[in-house]
Design a protein around this ligand. Structure first.
Ligand code: NAD
Ligand code: DAU
Length: 361
């Protein structure tokens, strides 16, 4: 049994799929999974419905900051390890309302660490030696790069710029301290921008795909020249599996695919892909929907990950290029309208109105 926090979200949900598919591909039966998830607006049981229905996954709906709920889940399910994805994850939301980010990312991670440390402390022998707490973090903790700066490595000083990245940096420091002070067996991964199936359409790539299909404006912040380092989500999931298998306790591993792309180029790539797969009825190109809007406050200019350590020590390599990954992603959104309908509720529309009204340039 393994316990996954945030397993009904984008990356956590993909991780559940990957966990079972990876074992099956190797002719093995995967250990069952307990998903511990508050089911915020970003959590969607439909993402992992297949495994909930088959009984391979069990959902515990609770807040990681609720220590009693965490304690009960650990005592009931006796996990071999914990993978901690649960977080408030959207930078724009952290600008509008940072409180939830402090609650979940910092207080929640602290609560989880305290309960997990007590649980681990009571384990014995092989179970204690094998236990791991893998903390899933982000490259945003390192701040913003200028065009000619070298990519982020594990020794780059932390310089978070948004309430989101500051709260993730705080959680990273707690995880580090729990290893250093208590010998708690932690692993931390700091990954670049993920994309792929089941991505909530508040983030750049799914938002652009769905707005384009609806004939709505494609809102590009600022000059569109900010750079992100894109990684297909299943490559991130495989990196986590390999770090769980081979990572050294107390270490951090940067994960990225060496895919630095300007936002405007991401958007035009999506437009051209849709022109080929789903041409517009009136014959116009999707690119005609691109609209430059007011910039994100404090917008980080460039992120880039140096993945040398995980490649050298663990042997991980991404399987997808941006071209192959974006093709799979656009096709997935064209084919999975049912899942899309489950996430575009009233609350979603309220967020879109809040974030984009008043931005039009
Ligand atoms: P997401 O927003 O899609 O999912 C977050 C999940 O956590 C949801 O299922 C939500 O219900 C759950 N959750 C939120 N608050 C909770 C709480 N208090 N208690 C229990 N569950 C709670 O996020 P994501 O994009 O899948 O990101 C997962 C993790 O990976 C986060 O820690 C994020 O910082 C990190 N990360 C994300 C990216 C990216 O590009 N998306 C890149 C690097 C790292
Ligand atoms: O780098 C890893 C991080 O990537 C993760 O830690 C975060 O959880 C994840 O949300 C993501 O953060 P970003 O802020 O980079 O992702 P987002 O999809 O929100 O934005 C990507 C870029 O696109 C960014 O430069 C802002 C820009 N953007 C975004 C939106 C939503 C636009 O131009 N228009 C938009 O409407």
């Amino acid at each position: 049994m393994i316990l996954i926090t945030g397993g009904a979200g984008f990356i956590g949900g993909n991780f559940v799929h990957h966990w079972f598919e990876r074992a099956a591909a190797n002719g093995l039966q995967a250990e069952p999974v307990v998903v511990f998830d508050k089911l915020t607006y970003a959590g969607n049981p439909a993402t992992i419905a297949r495994y909930l229905q088959s009984g391979q996954a069990t959902l515990v709906q609770a807040d990681i900051a609720d220590r009693e709920a965490v304690r009960t889940a650990l005592a009931t399910h006796l996990p071999r390890l914990i993978v901690h994805f649960a977080a408030e994850s959207h930078v724009d939301r952290s600008i509008h309302g940072p409180g939830e980010f402090i609650h979940t990312n910092m207080v929640g991670t602290f609560s989880l660490l305290e309960e997990a440390r007590a649980y681990w402390g009571a384990l014995e022998g092989d179970a204690k030696a094998a236990f791991r707490f893998l903390h899933v973090s982000t490259d945003e903790v390192y701040g913003s790069l200028a065009d000619t700066d070298p990519a982020f490595s594990e020794t780059t000083p932390y310089a978070p710029n948004s309430p989101y990245s500051a709260s993730k940096a705080g959680s990273d420091h707690l995880v580090r301290a729990y290893h250093h002070t208590y010998g708690f067996p932690t692993l931390t991964t700091n990954c670049s921008n993920n994309y792929g199936p089941y991505h909530f359409p508040e983030k750049l790539i799914p938002l652009m795909i769905l707005n384009a299909l609806d004939g709505k404006p494609l809102p590009v912040y600022g000059d569109g020249l900010n750079i992100r380092d894109w990684l297909f989500v299943r490559d991130h999931c495989e990196a986590i599996c390999q770090v769980l298998d081979k990572g050294r306790c107390g270490e951090t591993y940067n994960v990225g695919g060496i895919n630095e792309i300007k936002n405007i180029d991401v958007v035009t790539t999506i437009c051209r892909k849709l022109d080929a797969l789903r041409p517009r009825a009136d014959g116009t190109k999707y690119e005609s929907l691109i609209t430059y809007v007011a910039d994100r406050p404090g917008h980080d200019r460039r992120y880039a990950i140096d993945p040398t350590k995980i490649q050298r020590e663990i042997g991980w390599q991404p399987a997808e290029t941006f071209e192959s990954g974006i093709d799979k992603t656009v096709r997935w959104y064209l084919e999975n309208t049912e899942w899309i309908d489950t996430v575009r509720s009233g609350a979603y529309r309220e967020w879109i109105a809040k974030n984009y009204s008043g931005r039009q340039g």
